[in-house]
Design a protein. Structure first.
Length: 202
């Protein structure tokens, strides 16, 4: 069993397509901070509906506001973060015909290796190598369509060690980084002006 207590992991928001029971069981044992669509938006008792999904946009917005990495198996969240430039706190998309236990194990390993990068606002796509479904066309499409956003091994060497992942900078993260850089530069200029003024006075 994976010992999560030795590896503090980022807080997670689990999409409706991610199995709740296995994550809830394992998370409780290791005090992993998770929320799931079904717990945030419970079933509608009066109508008897079992649809717990309020929509991709609202789910991503909630994860962003709560500062949680969104774990999903739905590539629509990648479109929201890359194409539609929606605010996010990081997205991990897991692709492949894999069971609940393996989904949990893969999620933990990805978080251990790349969690600190993803929670800065990156989108990580993982394709299980044992999957019977071929996702190579999807990966090629992403790499082609969002070529300027894809993180290269030069920027992040860990990518070269794992051929099963693709990592992308999200436009929202790029915008926030630019704002932070501009703010730091402005602060530096103000300090330089202040020092120059003090030097004249002295």
């Amino acid at each position: 069993m994976t010992d999560l207590s030795k590896h503090p992991l980022p807080a997670l928001m689990l999409d409706s397509c991610v199995p709740l029971n296995i994550f809830k069981e394992k998370a409780a044992e290791a005090n992993l901070d998770i929320e799931h669509v079904r717990t945030v938006w419970p079933p509608r008792q009066k109508t008897g509906r079992e649809d717990h999904d309020p929509g991709d946009t609202l789910i991503m917005r909630y994860a962003y506001l709560k500062k949680r990495i969104l774990i999903t198996r739905d590539n629509d969240h990648i479109k929201l973060s890359l194409r539609d430039k929606k605010p996010n706190h990081g997205v991990i998309l897991i692709l492949g015909d894999i069971g609940a236990q393996k989904q949990f194990d893969i999620t933990v390993e990805l978080l251990k290796k790349h969690g600190s990068l993803v929670e800065k606002g990156h989108a990580l796509i993982y394709v299980d190598p044992t999957s019977r479904v071929d996702f190579s066309k999807f990966q090629t499409h992403l790499s082609s369509k969002y070529k300027t956003l894809e993180v290269s091994p030069t920027e992040y060497p860990e990518i070269a060690k794992d051929p099963n992942i693709r990592v992308f900078k999200t436009p929202y993260m790029i915008k926030m980084d630019a704002r932070l850089k501009n703010s730091q530069q402005a602060q530096k200029r103000r300090q330089q002006q202040k020092n120059a003024t003090l030097k004249k006075v002295l």
